[in-house]
Design a protein around this ligand. Structure first.
Ligand SMILES: [Zn+2]
Length: 336
């Protein structure tokens, strides 16, 4: 299947139609802010959108055959696929945050006309990690649009952006995917149906997360982790340290483990809020229900902050064992 086709992207028809429609009318905004959870197709849409404008032989779009998408085989499409198209730039933060030099270099190309196409696309992933100087450098460029350069900023956390950047961009919402859709995508990728449904439930509507859940030991250990997390108050310090060590042996398993802890906390919170039917892990109710009662709702919100803090630290290359140890300490009732 054509890897630059929008047909590969599930659940984002509304965003796709709006973007491709605007592009066809030559009204594509110069600053686009794609907002939605990780792993719902923001990056894929950015690539397919750029390719659809570069393509030498555009094909009818399945969602609306009066619109067009990239063919996937012409010269420009091949350069997109090889990552060598001169008018398509994709950047992720170099380390914990975007560095000012990185942003300056990226936006310096806007001084020149696009090399081969009539437009240029600059995609910045995790744009909430643009801080201070780096954010201001981008802001300056957004304030002086050239018409030929389109910035596509991707974020799962729009509230962390400078409001001045937000206000310069057109916001495009990417919805979390329905569990059933996540499960279907996993099944299509060869995952057994029960495992797919379980991973989908833990995914928060994100295929990336569903895959992470599925691929690592965290999901296989779900019950063990849930039991340990919900009984941390009774664990000795030595037991806690041993658990943190065991759970971080496989570095790849740490993030899904945090996702699982977050899902357990979410269950505790919805129960505390009097919405027991919203729980994800009904089968873990015997563990989660008494655990939930141990804190008022406000304190559970504090726990969510601790989990987010842990996720940031992991991205910032803090030692995973320390991150998990600290989180477990924070999860003990006497500490929150
Ligand atoms: Zn093409």
């Amino acid at each position: 299947m054509n890897p630059l086709s929008f047909s590969r992207i599930e659940g984002q028809d509304r965003a796709i139609l709006a973007l491709v429609g605007a592009s066809a009318r030559k009204k594509l905004h110069h600053g686009l802010l794609f907002v939605g959870p990780d792993g719902v197709g923001k990056r894929q849409v950015a690539r397919a959108l750029a390719a659809s404008t570069f393509c030498a032989s555009p094909q009818p779009l399945r969602l609306d055959p009066t619109l067009h998408e990239a063919c996937g085989i012409c010269g420009p499409c091949r350069r997109m696929l090889a990552g060598t198209h001169p008018d398509f730039v994709e950047q992720s933060p170099d380390g914990r945050n975007y560095k000012i030099e990185q942003v300056r270099e990226t936006i310096s190309v806007t001084k020149y006309r696009p090399a081969e196409a009539g437009a240029r696309f600059i995609v910045l992933d995790a744009v909430d990690l643009l801080r201070d100087e780096a954010a201001n450098a981008l802001l300056k460029t957004l304030e002086e649009p050239t018409g030929e350069t389109h910035f596509i900023l991707l974020t799962a956390q729009p509230h962390r952006l400078l409001s001045t950047i937000r206000s310069r961009c057109l916001r495009v919402a990417f919805a979390p995917l329905a569990d059933a859709l996540v499960a279907r995508v996993l099944v299509a990728a060869g995952v057994e149906a029960t495992a797919a449904a379980g991973a989908a439930r833990l995914s928060g509507g994100s295929i990336t997360r569903a895959n992470a859940v599925r691929e690592t030991s965290a999901y296989a250990n779900r019950d063990e982790i849930a039991r340990a997390i919900t009984t941390l108050d009774e664990a000795s310090m030595a037991e806690l340290i041993a658990l943190a060590e065991a759970w971080t042996k496989d570095k790849e398993a740490v993030r899904p483990m945090l996702d699982l802890v977050r899902a357990l906390v979410r269950d505790a919170m919805v129960l505390r809020a009097g919405l027991p039917e919203r729980r994800l892990h009904l089968d873990l109710a015997p563990l989660i229900d008494p655990w939930s009662a141990g804190r008022p709702l406000q304190a559970w919100l504090g726990v969510i902050d601790q989990i987010e803090q842990a996720e940031r630290e992991l991205l910032g290359n803090v030692n995973p064992r320390m991150v998990v140890e600290n989180l477990m300490l924070a999860l003990r009732r006497d500490s929150v």
